[in-house]
Design a protein around this ligand. Structure first.
Ligand code: UDP
Ligand code: MG
Length: 337
């Protein structure tokens, strides 16, 4: 599943730019979206026909079935290819959204790529605007940004803010808060994304790390039409750790900093204690301070070993170099009029 673009060298060659208008692949990961799929497909086809008519863009829709346990795959197989090529890539099990996005990236014939969710929360009607920002305004990475998080609990919003602060601390290329995975990549940006070799994927981070001209479009995510979000707290924490370990070494720096702080205060405390004993001849109450010291140092060390462990685990999984996903079935249908 190695990205094929790796031997092509610089993605920005002018010759490729000239062919850039040839087509757009829309990549949609779907996991148990049986209730949403048919309606979404209709809207996507409408958007595709419009792009063909107004901009001469041939559209391909790539559905990546991420090991759904419902009728998603059966429904996907029957979707009409009216006015757009269709690919259906069915993974051998549920690998998670990031893996499904990568499967789409590997199969899409592009050259431009558009990624969006299959639950209707990324309205296909917005595609037109994303395409305009690429096609007419020559942006390379165009992504939708949640206009607000008004409906979300305060605690969640605080956690999100904290996560992005940590992620972007001291970073050269920051990852915008509230950016969604609804994004369009120009041919050269898509080629760059294909050259990113890591297996632990954090799509948002990768597509902003590559640089080029980035543009945002604010949008109001509608609530899910059917089913429920597959992100529970555990999955979100997992993705956050993924993002942090892949894009930031700040947690490791915090470990070093805490170490220095603790050592410095221990030193000061030591000097103070010696002074108290020798100068003022006071008896220092030993037991409580020893226990507190041990607990503070022990606790901090355990937490920091955990932080280091997260990075080691990522190194291990990159080192094993397992494929990110396996394809069970794959079909491709040509557009019919
Ligand atoms: N998804 C996937 N594999 C998973 C979980 C989700 O392909 O293991 C897909 C899902 O079908 C949807 C998109 O990823 O198209 C976003 O999922 P969801 O709506 O659950 O996430 P949220 O909108 O809450 O971020
Ligand atoms: Mg959703």
């Amino acid at each position: 599943m190695a990205p094929r673009a790796s031997t092509r060298g610089s993605a920005a060659a002018p010759k490729r730019r000239a062919r850039a208008d040839a087509g757009l692949s829309i990549i949609v990961p779907v996991f148990n979206e049986a209730a949403n799929l048919a309606a979404l497909h209709e809207r996507l086809l409408a958007a595709a026909r419009k792009l063909k008519a107004t901009r001469g863009l041939a559209v391909e829709i790539v559905y990546v079935d991420d090991g759904s346990s419902d009728q998603t795959l059966a429904i996907a197989r029957k979707l009409p290819a009216k006015g757009a090529d269709i690919q259906i890539v069915s993974l051998s099990r549920n690998f998670g959204k990031e893996a499904a996005l990568m499967a789409g990236l590997d199969h899409a014939r592009g050259p431009a790529l558009l990624f969006m969710d299959g639950d209707g929360q990324h309205p296909p009607e917005l595609i037109e605007r994303l395409v305009k920002l690429w096609h007419a305004d020559k942006n390379d990475v165009v992504f939708a940004v949640k206009a607000h998080r008004a409906g979300e609990p305060v605690l969640r919003r605080m956690a999100v803010r904290f996560f992005y602060r940590l992620l972007n601390f001291g970073a050269r290329q920051t990852i915008p808060e509230d950016a969604s995975d609804f994004r369009l990549l120009s041919p050269r940006a898509a080629a760059a994304l294909k050259r990113m070799p890591e297996r632990n994927r954090f799509f948002k981070g990768l597509s902003s790390w590559i640089g080029f001209r980035q543009a945002q479009v604010p949008y109001e995510p509608p609530t899910r039409a059917h089913g429920r979000s597959s992100w529970n707290l555990r999955a979100l924490i997992g993705l956050s750790i993924e993002g942090l370990t892949a894009f930031s070494t700040t947690p490791l720096r915090i470990a070093s900093l805490l170490g220095i702080l603790l050592a410095a205060s221990a030193l000061l405390f030591g000097v103070w204690t010696l002074g108290e004993t020798f100068i003022f001849g006071r008896d220092v109450p030993g037991y409580p301070s020893v226990i507190i010291g041990i607990m503070v140092i022990g606790g901090t060390q355990l937490v920091m070993i955990g932080v280091v462990g997260e990075y080691v685990a990522k190194i291990l999984s990159e080192l094993k170099a397992r494929p990110v996903y396996f394809v069970a079935e794959h079909e491709r249908r040509k557009a019919a009029e």
